[in-house]
Design a protein around this ligand. Structure first.
Ligand code: KIV
Length: 275
């Protein structure tokens, strides 16, 4: 039987927009994001009711075999964004801006335009105060932006490793300030990666834009996981992830279980979160 027939109830029926996600935040309804990279997975995500697709620069590690996101290029991002956009007509599609492609506002304008023209509905970039002006200029000109705070993988060489961020009072205060600056600059979404649950909760309550957590506890407005982690393809899976394939038995079932568990609040559990 075609897998699509199994998912008539969960499939997205309407286009997901920034307004859909803002309303879900207001209504306290959790939304689901998956970082994925190709057309068949994007089509399956639509059937499973996944509201947001992220073509993350994580593809450097999950698909291309690099040991960080730093080597990822605009051309690689565009190739995968186009593939995802061909497979899905309803989810909101978000494309990551690779390392140093938004180092100045002019560069960001040029590269964000390319990402949008490849089929994305929003761009994502990492950083706090230093990107606020760029976020303002992009959003003012009609390009929705998702910020990314906490563990920002493009800065791994500066951070000295992949670690939970915002654990001490001073760094927590800066992260909260940065989130407010991005909100005021007009950002439409905010990813919080590897952040103590209580801080992610405080940030989510303090900003009008919806937040998406990964290793940030259960109180963000939405959740994101990387498809490789959902399907158990990662050799050393991070604590915040879960292999949904074990329980579900097949790939469509695993994606649907992840989607359902986020929506009904059973994922993430305490074991996937940080203090
Ligand atoms: O690149 C990516 O997939 C990401 C997510 C982990 C949030 O940034």
């Amino acid at each position: 039987m075609p897998y699509g027939k199994l998912f008539t109830e969960s499939a997205l029926t309407k286009l997901v927009t920034v307004n859909t996600l803002r309303k879900m935040k207001t209504d306290g309804e959790k939304f689901v994001t998956v970082a994925l990279y190709d057309a068949p997975m994007a089509a399956m995500a639509q059937k499973c009711g996944v509201q947001v697709l992220l073509i993350g620069d994580s593809l450097g590690m999950t698909v291309l075999g690099y040991d960080s996101t730093v080597p990822v290029t605009m051309e690689q991002m565009i190739y995968h964004i186009e593939a995802v956009a061909r497979g899905n007509s309803k989810s909101l599609i978000m494309g990551d801006m690779p390392f140093m492609t938004y180092a100045s506002t002019e560069l960001a304008m040029h590269n964000a335009t390319r990402i949008m023209q490849a089929g994305a509905h929003m761009v994502k970039l990492e950083g706090g105060a230093w990107v606020a002006d760029t976020v303002h200029k992009l959003t003012e000109r009609g390009i929705p932006v998702c910020g990314h705070l906490g563990l920002t993988p493009q800065s791994v060489n500066k951070l000295g490793g992949y670690r939970v961020q915002g654990r001490d009072a001073a760094s927590a205060k800066i992260m909260l300030r940065d989130a407010k600056l991005l909100d005021e600059a007009g950002a439409d979404l905010l990813v919080l990666e590897c952040v103590p649950s209580s801080l992610a909760d405080d940030i989510s309550a303090a900003v009008s834009m919806p937040t998406i957590g990964i290793g940030a506890g259960k109180d963000t407005d939405g959740q994101v996981l990387v498809i490789n982690d959902i399907l158990g393809l990662t050799e050393h899976p991070p604590k915040f992830s879960k292999n949904f394939l074990i329980e579900a038995g097949d790939i469509p079932g695993a994606l649907l279980k992840y989607s359902d568990d986020v929506k009904n609040g059973t994922f993430p559990a305490d074991e996937h979160s940080f203090d």
